[in-house]
Design a protein around this ligand. Structure first.
Ligand code: FMN
Length: 185
């Protein structure tokens, strides 16, 4: 005997063929996103990424960490974060030597009045991805320009390189002690 939650069951067990059909039809919808790694990220995490403008980018080389304040934009599902910088910067040299990065995005700009209790802080663990085709580069450059019109000149400079960070894991602190961890495949 199979019992299903009423809210998810469209057919009663009176007709086993209908029940079987429902399962068979729904299987691809359930498993395709999981196989694709596209299970949705928590809404509050996406909101935090999308509402803010600057992050702290931590890079490392030869065991030395280095932090830089960076303007960013994310793709629609927040699995990639884009920035731009000149090749002739310490952060870019670090990325070229070691693609491991950590980003900090927080709600101090956009959050509530009680800074300590209401601030959310998101630590993103990710990997720098080198190389992209020209069409994608132009699309990312445009997204950065739309998000940061004040940095028009900086992003339009052909010497500005696009940095793509592929998100691997997230740790959200909602207030000082409420922590949540999520792996992103
Ligand atoms: C609000 C703010 C936003 C910034 N955004 C960027 C940025 O998008 N790209 C960038 O290369 N530098 C940006 N900077 C400057 C960097 O933080 C950094 O100081 C500079 O790029 C020097 O490079 P380095 O950290 O690799 O030595 C920003 C600085 C501030 C204060």
């Amino acid at each position: 005997m199979i019992y299903l939650n009423n809210s998810t069951c469209m057919f009663t067990a009176k007709n086993p063929l209908n029940l079987l059909n429902t399962f068979v039809l729904q299987l691809p919808q359930i498993f395709y996103p999981i196989m694709k790694g596209a299970v949705d990220m928590r809404g509050d995490i996406k909101k935090l990424i999308q509402e803010n403008h600057v992050c702290v980018l931590a890079t490392v080389s030869e065991g030395e960490p280095h932090c830089s304040l960076m303007s960013y934009v994310a793709d629609e599902d927040c699995r990639e974060i884009y920035m731009a910088t000149h090749k002739d910067t310490k952060k870019y040299r670090n990325l070229a030597a070691n693609p491991s990065v950590s980003l900090l995005i927080d709600s101090r700009e956009t959050g509530g009045k009680d800074k300590k209790a209401e601030t959310k802080a998101l630590t993103v663990t990710g990997t720098f991805q080198d190389g992209m085709d020209e069409q994608r580069r132009m699309a990312v450059r445009k997204a950065l320009l739309d998000r940061h019109p004040g940095l028009n000149e900086f992003f339009a400079d052909p010497a500005a390189e696009i940095i793509v960070v592929k998100v691997k894991a997230l740790q959200l602190l909602d207030g000082i002690t409420d922590a949540y961890f999520e792996k992103v495949s």
